[in-house]
Design a protein around this ligand. Structure first.
Ligand code: SF4
Length: 444
């Protein structure tokens, strides 16, 4: 008889490896039209993550799968900043994210006491919740950046885990070796990741190794306790086309790949974050390289923005890159709003950014042949053929905006819209097939 105690199963990856299908795996399978065993297998080897903190599960969150063979997920960033702390406006953004089909909300609050907003968000939203503890560290510990200790930083991570955060962006890959490459090879835009820049500054001033890298095993213990998925931050993502796919970005990606294996060995789910700014023709290769170096871990991508000069319209530059990246292997898109590079987004920016990213994700899912991805498009085709406007709103990604625009400009001819009016091609061809009079040019 064995006297050894069986290890406690806590995380989705623990259960998957033990051959057990959790309610969350079943929920993901149902929503994605996949067999539960398909999900379990891929959670077990890290190709799918189900970011679901055990605290948030108890509060009734929905389970979302991120990774191979699943629909592309979309994240909305929000949260108060030091310059603009209007909690009511942030709650409006939460409502938009929930109503218009986001899968995740990242609370990037970075000023003052952020815990109350975070806890309320986790209490109320069924969507995945992500955070970047590094943004919160200065306010939480009430200390200047350079005085923060490793224990301070880990205390912030533990607080977020206890609150029920499902995934945390932690910039573990920017170690002394990567910063050496960065300083030796140089970049046009240096480091543009907020968390990455804070850690780089901390490392340079203190002379210490990145504590999230040096004490990675300790970080894994906290994440395992609550089943927090680590989203390995890309501190060295390119901030302009000139820097994309350079030595620094690639050096960090190699480190992230090594950390993926260590996380999985410790029973911790992991995703990897990616660029950034990148020319259209480089994106597919970058996705393939990331999947290769990071052992098929789910890839969470910001954009990429395919040009640096779309200021004011960066939800479009990012959606173009998002469609290419997701159709080439990215699994999770972080939205970008028209306010990118300019200011904290308002509620309208959030809607515009979310819809642009949803369109990119959906277009990619059709190209990737995600099961049933095209169903609504085919229904929309049928509704349009019949000029059935109510059916069209049911298929639309944003029925509110579509219906509002249609009703603001009433057509003179029933069933058509003011684009072509009586010359509506659909109406004319319908009349041909119905054998009814084509009444063009027969106006009173
Ligand atoms: S009027 Fe023109 S745009 Fe409007 S439904 Fe008919 S064909 Fe389409």
């Amino acid at each position: 008889m064995s006297t050894q105690t069986e290890p406690k199963l806590v995380t989705q990856i623990d259960f998957a490896r033990a051959g057990q299908i959790t309610p969350q795996m079943k929920e993901v399978a149902d929503r994605e039209h996949r067999d539960p065993e398909y999900i379990r297998e891929r959670v077990a080897d890290g190709r799918i993550a189900i970011p679901a903190n055990i605290v948030h599960i108890k509060k009734g969150m929905r389970a979302f799968g991120v990774g191979e063979g699943l629909s592309t997920k979309v994240n909305v960033n929000l949260g108060i900043s030091g310059d603009k702390a209007d909690a009511a406006e942030e709650w409006k953004k939460v409502k938009i994210a929930e109503d218009f089909g986001a899968d995740a909300i990242m609370d990037l609050s970075n000023s003052g006491k952020t815990r109350q907003f975070r806890q309320q968000l986790i209490d109320e939203t069924p969507l995945m919740v992500g955070t970047v503890p590094m943004y919160d560290a200065i306010g939480y510990m009430e200390k200047p950046l350079v005085n923060l200790t490793k224990d301070d930083l880990f205390e912030v991570v533990r607080a977020h885990a206890e609150d029920g955060v499902d995934f945390m962006t932690i910039h573990c890959g920017i170690n002394k070796s990567v910063t050496k490459t960065f300083k030796e090879t140089g970049r046009l835009m240096n480091i543009v990741s907020r968390g990455g820049s804070l850690l780089f500054g901390w490392m340079e001033v203190t002379g210490n190794e990145n504590p999230f890298y040096e004490y990675f095993d300790e970080l894994l213990e906290i994440c395992h306790e609550y089943d927090v998925t680590i989203s390995l931050g890309d501190s060295c993502r390119p901030g302009c086309l000139y820097d994309s796919n350079d030595a620094t970005e690639t050096a960090e990606m190699i480190e992230l790949g090594k950390l993926c294996k260590r996380a999985w060995a410790a029973g911790v789910q992991v995703m990897v974050e990616g660029p950034g700014h990148m020319a259209l023709d480089e994106i597919a290769a970058n996705m393939k390289l990331q999947k290769r170096l990071c052992h098929n871990a789910p890839f969470y991508v910001l954009g990429p923005l395919v040009t640096d000069i779309g200021v004011g319209y960066d939800h479009i530059t990012a959606a173009i890159g998002g469609a290419i990246s997701a159709s080439s292997g990215a699994d999770f898109l972080c939205y970008v709003t028209p306010a990118e590079h300019l200011c904290l987004p308002n509620a309208q920016d959030v809607l515009d950014g979310l819809m642009a990213t949803k369109i990119a994700a959906h277009a990619a899912d059709i190209a990737k042949k995600v099961p049933h991805a095209r169903d609504m498009d085919d229904k929309m085709g049928q509704a349009r053929r019949k000029l059935d406007w109510d059916a069209m709103w049911k298929c639309a990604l944003d029925p509110v905006t579509g219906k509002k625009r249609y009703e603001e400009s009433p057509a003179a001819t029933e069933g058509t819209c003011t684009m072509c009016g009586k010359m509506c091609a659909v109406r004319t061809v319908n009349k041909v097939f119905e054998g009814t009079t084509i009444d063009l040019g027969m106006e009173d």
